[in-house]
Design a protein around this ligand. Structure first.
Ligand SMILES: Nc1ncnc2c1ncn2[C@@H]1O[C@H](COP(=O)(O)OS(=O)(=O)O)[C@@H](OP(=O)(O)O)[C@H]1O
Length: 329
């Protein structure tokens, strides 16, 4: 559901005891010819891994034929919302699943990071039933920063469409920290966690809240497997100011009719965010839950400036790589 903590807390049926379980072997190799990966330093193809096999034959993902049933059959996703954490992924998923040609998993499966060892049949069993005309989707924001995720997703299907919601990395970091603080009030200050040495301006890139925002670094791993044309970037900022415009581009990318238009949204003044007029089920609330659109912790403006300086080169490289200017300055 859309309730508070839908994304941020426990993963429901996804128990944590399988966390870190070894994944299946990745059978297929990335393309050798990668014209889209021409920019920057040459990248070596990752070594093939070994281990228990979870094969996907001849480009047909999975091992079990989909069983049709009422409302269609369970299929592996053709499109994934892979990130980024606190970018606005829940909003995009809820908006896109209002489309009649899209069916999505409500919770975060965490298959390509935590539960890969459970295998593709397990993963498929989580999916909603779809008709052949419908697209199956799920969202797990941690995939974007998971080293193995691009290879694993490529091995499921090299045709998988990828969506990444990106947001000003400084704001994203503060949003991330605000969420952690709401669960663990005893953690150190944002200012304290951000730096290895604050007076020297040495940012602690090992802190996840900082690391996730180095988008171009993570993107490089995806580009070893997927052409840029298969990755769509949503501006987390425009998603709030112009949800219909951003969702129009998402629908074009997915190759589905522009059904989710301005008629689907209204701006809820109390929430301070756009909300849906219509949803898949009329019983769902129209706005996202309380954990979406939290008031951020106040941060020392000098720290914000230092982080802005830190992210600038990464942002510029990211804009160049994707050919889009997100204007985060
Ligand atoms: N329509 C609408 N309603 C509510 N919130 C919206 C919306 N569109 C984008 N956002 C922004 O989404 C931010 C949360 O991002 P995610 O859903 O990706 O978070 S999570 O990683 O799944 O926990 C959340 O971040 P915070 O504002 O920091 O809470 C919102 O700014």
């Amino acid at each position: 559901g859309l309730g508070p903590g839908a994304d941020s807390g426990g993963s429901g049926w996804c128990g944590s005891r399988f966390a870190g379980a070894p994944g299946g072997a990745d059978v297929r190799r990335p393309l050798k010819y990668r014209p889209w990966a021409a920019r920057g330093a040459p990248r070596a193809a990752p070594p093939p891994s070994s281990g228990p096999c979870q094969s996907s034959r001849g480009g047909e993902p999975g091992t079990e034929p989909p069983r049709p049933g009422p409302g269609g059959s369970k299929r592996l996703p053709q499109a994934l919302l892979v990130g980024v954490k606190k970018g606005g992924t829940r909003a995009v998923l809820e908006f896109i699943r209002a489309h009649p040609d899209v069916r999505a998993v409500g919770s975060e499966p965490h298959f390509f990071d935590r539960h890969y060892g459970r295998g593709l049949d397990w993963y498929r069993s989580l999916m909603p039933r779809t008709l052949s005309s419908q697209i199956t989707m799920e969202k797990t924001p941690s995939y974007f920063v998971t080293k193995e995720a691009p290879r694993r997703i490529f091995n499921m299907s090299r045709d998988t469409k990828l969506i990444v919601v990106v947001r000003n990395p400084v704001t994203r970091a503060i949003s991330d920290y605000t969420q952690t603080l709401s669960k663990k009030p005893e953690i150190p200050t944002f200012e304290g966690l951000s730096f290895r040495n604050r007076s020297l301006g040495l940012v602690d890139t090992s802190w996840n809240a900082i690391r996730i925002g180095m988008y171009v670094v993570h993107l490089e791993s995806w580009l070893q497997y997927f052409p840029l044309s298969q990755i769509h970037f949503v501006s987390g900022e425009k998603l709030i100011t112009d949800p219909a415009g951003e969702m129009g581009k998402v629908q074009d990318f997915l190759g589905i009719k522009r059904v989710i238009t301005d008629k689907y949204f209204y701006f809820n003044k109390t929430k301070g965010f756009p909300c849906l007029k219509k949803t898949e089920s009329s019983t769902l609330p129209r706005c996202l839950g309380k954990s979406k659109g939290r008031t951020h912790v106040q941060i020392d403006p000098d720290v914000i400036d230092q982080l802005r300086d830190f992210y600038r080169p990464y942002n510029i490289k990211f804009y160049e790589t994707v050919g889009q200017d997100f204007r985060w300055e």
